[in-house]
Design a protein around this ligand. Structure first.
Ligand SMILES: *Cc1c(COP(=O)(O)O)cnc(C)c1O
Length: 230
């Protein structure tokens, strides 16, 4: 049952907050519903979950259309420029801005739709060849570029940490994300003040919370294993 899994994840987040002297209200749990049918989202909403994460633009829009308007949709996937039009105005936040040219395309569409888009810069914090996201060094120049775009609001940073057996292995990466956020804030770039850290997935969200995550993206631990064959 979703509600049982939600209860367990909620409990673990609360404990991680307590251990690290944080308030539970500082952390938003995003239920990653990618590949799961709208029925699964509806069940989650009945259990009180309102934030959902999707990594495909059209899949997100299709679910949004059939779910109650209280649902908040976070776009967490690699975003192609030709899909920006589906996401702007539908997602409450785009977690995966990884280049100035993508940011400019979001600006173009957001200006046309007359909306402000909260975004996060995706950082390839472990420098993995297989991952999207900017290098640590490029985060500052991306923040400066986004600061000049009137329809984007850079809220913080996002990372997808490496898959590991022991979540403690990712603690240094989560800590590095927090330092990078503080480093960018110290620069006082016009229009840029970062408050959000989107980090932590099913295997390591408690460690991410201890290191300062404000948004955790949990799929499998809430919805069960994903099947990509359907
Ligand atoms: C799929 C996905 C998640 C959730 O992963 P789980 O391990 O199932 O919790 C989180 N973030 C992103 C970007 C994802 O694509």
């Amino acid at each position: 049952m979703f509600s049982d899994r939600l209860h367990e994840v909620e409990q673990r987040i609360s404990e991680a907050c307590r251990r690290s002297g944080r308030e539970r209200s500082e952390v938003t749990l995003i239920a990653v519903s990618k590949t799961k049918p709208a029925e699964a989202v509806l069940e989650a909403m009945k259990a009180g979950q309102l934030d959902f994460g999707e990594n495909k633009a059209q899949e997100m829009c299709a679910k949004k259309e059939v779910c109650p308007p209280e649902a908040r949709w976070h776009f967490i996937g690699n975003l192609q420029k030709n899909k920006v039009k589906y996401v702007v105005g539908n997602a409450v936040m785009i977690h995966s801005v990884s280049s100035a040219s993508l940011a400019e395309e979001i600006e173009r569409i957001a200006a046309k739709k007359n909306v402000i888009v909260p975004v996060l810069a995706e950082v390839n914090i472990a420098d993995e060849a297989t991952k999207h996201g900017i290098g640590r060094e490029d985060a500052i120049s991306l923040a400066m570029a986004i600061g000049k775009l009137p329809h984007l609001q850079l809220k913080g940073l996002m990372c997808i940490a490496p898959p590991v057996e022991d979540p403690e292995e990712n603690r240094p990466y989560f800590a590095a994300m927090r330092s990078l956020k503080e480093e960018i804030n110290r620069l006082q770039i016009p229009n840029i003040h970062l408050t959000e850290l989107s980090m932590g997935m099913s295997g390591d969200y408690t460690v991410a919370v201890e290191e300062g995550a404000t948004l955790v993206r949990v799929g499998t631990a809430l919805f069960g294993e994903r099947s990509y064959s359907v």
